[in-house]
Design a protein around this ligand. Structure first.
Ligand code: ADP
Ligand code: MG
Length: 445
């Protein structure tokens, strides 16, 4: 998905309106329309020669300043021209059916294959109702949050599948917030000659009945993207379009996120998914074993359900591992075999992702002794890696802010600040960001 120069221009017009006041704005700029963007030059049409001249003399500098601010590119400029009435038709509308990004939908992520239990039932029911009846104010936006591997992506893709299969008249746009970010950054690069492609995309996007965005926590700390997202959100929302979002945490814990976005996110329905209880884990296991065509003694299934409990992805991982063992070694698995395979499996992931492993990996990357991270020193060489460790602990484990704080002998607000700091350093400094991503990857092995 791409953000077009057109979006950027609209955004600046909005800001100009605030700065100029409605009266001046209405006399001069209200019918300004974006025409093209080439080599860093925005061409803007106005409906009369006089207007175009006046605006050029009086507002060009201001608009350029705004455009530069939004794009972060100090070379962009704007040209105003008179576009005769017959030519200024506004934007092309393409109302054909769209399934944006539906190639990212996993065929198995459908409602029928989502096992319900007390800890995900509300999320399931709400997702289901939104798939049937969109845009109800009580469930718009729908915001689903919960830890990793608990079925958020599965549920929102189920909505997309449902629309695809049952409502040919409705369109949706399914995207992760990371893709959204990347596209935003790409659209701000003036050199790409993807104007037509972008134009098509843009129309599709605006025409979507459903905006489905996964993992919105990645918008944290990205101010430019947040602003554009806010406008997009409002545009769709005001036209009764359904918005569906997921995150690994509730809206108010996404930091730093603009206050107005937080309140938008909270204005519909916020539901959480918690780790599944034993019965649900059993049911999920049985479904998965059936898929893999594996038969195990009841006793073994029960052992698995009891032991592998942090999330569903982990449960699936365990079944895949057993399946591989059966296939490769043609083993008939006994409880003993399974016990040792699973002990090793759980050990490996908990060895990798716990406070000491994370701080020691961070220590390695920054070339400092991990013990110093738990100490009191506030020198920058220590402070930054300490903040990074807190950030990664929050990101990669299910520990609460308090628990992370107590590992470092600090309180939860220190941890929250650290996360904020790291987010903002990551968006300011691509080198730093790369480093964090490398550490993260090495931890995820
Ligand atoms: P999240 O997006 O919350 O990290 P996913 O939606 O990717 O989690 O789920 C991880 C895996 O677990 C997926 O393969 C998904 O199909 C499966 N899964 C999660 N919850 C359930 C459930 N309630 N019933 C069946 N499968 C589930
Ligand atoms: Mg997900």
């Amino acid at each position: 998905m791409h953000f077009l120069p057109e979006d950027v221009f609209d955004l600046c017009l909005g800001r100009a309106k605030k700065l100029m006041g409605p009266e001046k704005y209405n006399s001069w700029l209200s019918n300004a329309s974006f025409r093209s963007f080439n080599d860093g030059v925005f061409t803007v049409g106005l409906d009369s020669e006089i207007r175009a001249n006046f605006v050029t003399h009086n507002y060009k500098d201001h608009l350029e300043e705004l455009l530069r601010e939004v794009t972060g590119d100090s070379d962009v400029s704007v040209v105003f021209t008179h576009i005769p009435e017959t030519l200024s038709l506004g934007r092309v509308n393409n109302s054909s059916r769209h399934e944006l990004f539906s190639n990212f939908l996993k065929p198995s992520y459908v409602f029928d294959r989502f096992i319900q239990g007390p800890n995900n039932r509300l999320a399931y029911a709400t997702a289901y109702s939104v798939a049937y009846e969109m845009g109800q104010s009580s469930t718009n936006p729908l915001f689903i949050y919960g830890g990793v591997g608990l079925g958020k992506t599965h549920l929102i893709q189920a909505i997309a599948h449902h629309i695809k299969d049952n409502h040919p008249d409705r369109t949706f746009c399914y995207i992760s917030s990371e893709e959204f970010l990347t596209s935003y950054v790409r659209a701000l690069m003036p050199h790409k000659n993807t104007a037509r492609e972008m134009e098509n995309f843009k129309d599709k996007f605006r025409n979507s009945h459903y905006l489905i965005m996964d993992d919105v926590q990645f918008l944290a700390g990205r101010e430019g993207t947040q602003e554009l997202f806010f406008h997009l959100f409002n545009d769709l929302y005001l036209r009764g379009r359904q918005i569906i979002l997921t995150s690994d945490r509730p809206p108010h814990e996404i930091e730093p996120l603009e206050e107005r976005l937080i309140s938008r996110f909270q204005s519909g329905m916020v539901v959480d998914i918690k780790p599944p209880m034993l019965e649900t884990r059993l049911a999920i296991l049985n479904q998965k074993l059936k898929d893999e065509n594996i038969q195990l003694d009841k006793e073994i299934v029960f052992y698995l359900a009891e032991t592998v409990k942090s999330n569903v992805r982990q449960l699936e991982g365990a079944v895949n591992l057993l399946a591989a063992n059966i296939r490769i070694q043609h083993l008939v698995l006994s409880l003993e075999n399974v016990r040792s395979i699973i002990t090793e499996y759980l050990g490996a992931s908990s060895r990798r992702l716990n406070p000491s492993s994370i701080t020691s990996t961070v220590g390695e990357f920054f070339g400092i002794n991990p013990n110093a991270l738990k100490g009191k020193k506030r020198k920058r060489e220590i402070l930054v890696p300490r903040q990074v460790s807190m950030f990664l602990l929050r990101d990669l484990t299910n520990l609460s802010l308090e628990e992370i704080g107590s590992f470092f002998g600090r309180d939860h607000s220190t941890v929250l600040n650290a996360i904020k700091r790291v987010n903002s350093m990551m968006s300011d400094d691509s080198f730093f960001k790369r480093k964090i991503l490398d550490i993260r990857e090495s931890l995820l092995g």
